[in-house]
Design a protein around this ligand. Structure first.
Ligand SMILES: Cc1cc2nc3c(=O)[nH]c(=O)nc-3n(C[C@H](O)[C@H](O)[C@H](O)COP(=O)(O)OP(=O)(O)OC[C@H]3O[C@@H](n4cnc5c(N)ncnc54)[C@H](O)[C@@H]3O)c2cc1C
Length: 621
């Protein structure tokens, strides 16, 4: 498009994580007028800042025979053949350019002695292609994207709206034309119009209440788009990360991830003998006192080829299997060891500290136990959602003019995301893909005048948001929002968690509906609308989490096969591995909203693999 015409076009970007910040900066640089929104007080406080371990790219710096094809292959296989081939291939192609861009921005990636960028390995692959900045990769990458964004803000191409929460999408004549946002400081509802809207609001893992996600992470913007006509794809594909600090009480509202990078050198085990488990639980012995021959390094035993570096879904299920068999090493029986003793002996204290020092410090601060002396205790926890808004190859949703990027879309990870691939996807979408693909849609729009926000569609959308807020304050019950959200989390973890079956999923749908009714009778949203009110923010998000949770259960019930992180107990091999059903389920499940209390309609996008042979995943030999 003629650069002069880009100046006539407005784009709304919702979200300033790696996806949104990089998209807004790139679109500004291209000459569009961008309005960028986020919940936090500064764009740089997005959840992406929490990412620890690294970002993948097929640079082959280690000369270990990496290639674009191999990254593509690993990602499709890691996702258990449930991702769209073309999108994943493009992701692998773009990966190299991301690293170049970030290095040019000055991201302090770890380097080898000679100055080359260093790499480490992540689960599900046999090459080293993960670039990292100690255990703070997300933070450093976000600082780079934020700097690029600020450059555009200073240049006047981007206007930033921090502390603004999108509460509805405005659709005019079937096309996305704007949003209704609540100014979280003044509490006013505000209207914003544009020629196109990009959703970059992250994942919906907090449906489970306890997760490794930031407290502000939510699924609401994506959900409002769904209710306005955007299909929602593969909602049941939620990732459970094997290495998180175990739950340690009823009052907890957040779980902490211990980066997957630790599995490069840490070895996972439980005792072989139940007597040792008992003694550990009673604090009569320490892990370090259990001799080598009495330790069961169960991942190395079951998956010799990949060992501790099997993908997350496989490692999580294996931990659950050992704990369910009674070998969990803490009081609750829900923990396994991640041990660095051998690595410290082999590499020395300094090398291990260089690689993982800040993660060790973090672990010690939270648990008061030093990983230098005793192994870490870890257990699987909800971490990431592969499902999300359905998008085509251009990352456009089923609503023309509405795009979805980063964790908010469903596109690249199938049934299981490989470690260090979310940052790659967010930055690929934001820096390189959507800034170009959106031009195809906008090239037909530059002669269109800006949409006037006083038209009926904006008024109706704003009134609907106001009605939701009024309804919440009118309930005036006795239960806090968090206490009900916690109940939802229990239902989700119990029935839509690591192992799912038809009966449990039907129970989940019933219980979620009942809990939702309870919420509308008994919740107390304290304060009022006309102040900075985080209870109101949480209540609005919880309304959507009920519906997201229900659709997750419905999707899981429909998908009567096991694949990736979605494990249906009815569909497993004799060895307890996930058993896919390619004949019946090799499709993307895209759900269409049909109205309040109506059954959503399922659309199936068949998956065709032309450049990769579809096989049963094997990490054993
Ligand atoms: C602890 C942890 C460690 C991780 N480590 C890694 C790693 O090492 N490598 C890797 O590849 N991946 C990692 N991940 C995953 C990765 O960090 C995320 O998938 C990714 O950062 C998501 O980026 P995003 O831009 O899509 O969304 P986010 O970073 O979640 O940003 C969402 C943005 O949307 C805004 N927002 C949300 N809702 C609204 C609304 N309604 N209105 C306005 N704004 C809104 C938020 O304010 C925020 O700015 C990790 C995840 C966690 C939880």
């Amino acid at each position: 498009m003629n650069p002069n015409n880009k100046r006539k076009l407005d784009i709304i970007v919702v979200g300033t994580g790696l996806g949104g910040a990089s998209a807004a900066a790139s679109l500004g640089e291209l000459g569009y007028n961008v309005k960028v929104f986020c919940i936090s007080d500064s764009p740089r406080r997005a959840h992406s800042i929490a990412a620890q371990g690294g970002i993948n790219a097929a640079k082959n710096y280690q000369n270990d025979n990496d290639s674009v094809y191999r990254l593509f292959y690993d990602t499709i296989k890691g996702g258990d053949y449930r991702a769209r081939e073309a999108n994943v291939y493009r992701l692998a192609e773009v990966s190299s350019a991301i690293i170049d861009q970030c290095v040019a921005q000055g991201i302090p990636f770890a380097r080898e002695y000679g100055g080359y960028l260093a790499n480490r390995s992540f689960g599900g692959v046999q090459v080293s292609r993960t670039f990292y900045a100690r255990g703070q990769t997300g933070q450093q990458l976000l600082l780079g994207a934020y700097a690029a964004l600020n450059r555009q803000i200073a240049a006047g191409t981007v206007k930033s709206y921090p502390r603004h929460e999108m509460l509805d999408l405005v659709v005019v004549n079937g096309e996305a034309k704007g949003i209704i946002a609540r100014n979280l400081v003044t509490s006013q509802l505000e209207r914003f119009s544009a020629h196109a809207v990009i959703i970059a609001t992250g994942g919906y893992g907090n449906t489970y209440f306890l997760s490794t996600n930031a407290m502000n992470s939510n699924g609401s913007a994506a959900w409002q788009c769904y209710k306005k006509g955007a299909y929602f794809a593969n909602p049941c594909f939620a990732q459970i990360h094997p290495t998180c600090i175990p739950v340690h009480g009823d009052q907890q509202c957040k779980l902490t991830l211990m980066s997957e990078s630790l599995r490069n050198d840490g070895r996972i085990w439980v005792p072989k003998k139940l007597e040792d488990v008992e003694k550990l639980r009673k604090h009569e012995i320490k892990a370090s006192q259990i001799p080598e021959e009495d330790r069961d390094y169960y991942l190395e035993r079951r998956y010799p080829a990949f060992g501790n570096l099997v993908p997350r879904d496989v490692a999580s299920r294996a931990a659950k299997e050992r704990c369910d068999a009674g070998f969990g090493v803490n009081e609750t029986g829900k923990a396994v060891f991640l041990d660095f003793r051998e690595a410290i002996e082999r590499l020395g204290h300094q090398k291990v500290a260089e690689r993982y020092g800040n993660l060790f410090d973090m672990y010690e601060k939270i648990t008061a136990s030093s990983p230098w002396e005793e192994p870490m205790m870890i257990y699987p926890a909800i971490h990431y959602t592969m499902g999300g808004i359905w998008v085509d190859y251009d990352l456009q949703t089923t609503i023309p003019g509405l795009y979805a990027i980063g964790e908010a879309n469903f596109s690249d990870h199938g049934g299981n995301r490989l470690g260090a691939s979310a940052l790659m996807q967010g930055l690929a979408d934001g820096y390189f893909i959507v800034p170009i693909t959106i031009g195809d849609y906008l090239s037909k729009k530059f002669a269109e005048p800006r949409t006037d926000t006083s038209i009926k569609e904006f008024t109706v959308a704003e009134k609907a948001v106001q009605a939701r807020i009024d309804r919440l304050f009118a309930i005036n019950g006795t239960k806090t929002v968090d206490s009900i959200h916690k109940e939802l989390g229990h239902i989700m973890w119990e029935y839509v968690g690591m192992a799912r079956d038809a009966e449990g999923l039907k129970t989940a749908i019933k219980l979620i509906k009942e809990l939702k009714e309870d919420f509308y009778k008994n919740v107390k949203v304290s304060g009022n609308q006309f102040e900075f009110n985080q209870e109101l923010e949480k209540a609005l998000r919880l309304e959507d989490f009920f519906e997201i949770g229900e659709l997750m259960a419905r999707d899981a019930l429909n998908r009567n096969e096991s694949c990736g992180g979605h494990f249906r107990t009815e569909s497993q091999t004799e060895e307890g591995e996930a058993k896919r059903d390619d004949a019946n389920f090799m499709y993307v499940a895209a759900w269409e909203y049909k109205g309040e209390d109506q059954e959503p309609e399922l659309h199936k996008e068949p998956l065709k693999y032309e450049f990769i042979e579809v096989k049963t995943r094997n990490y054993k030999d």
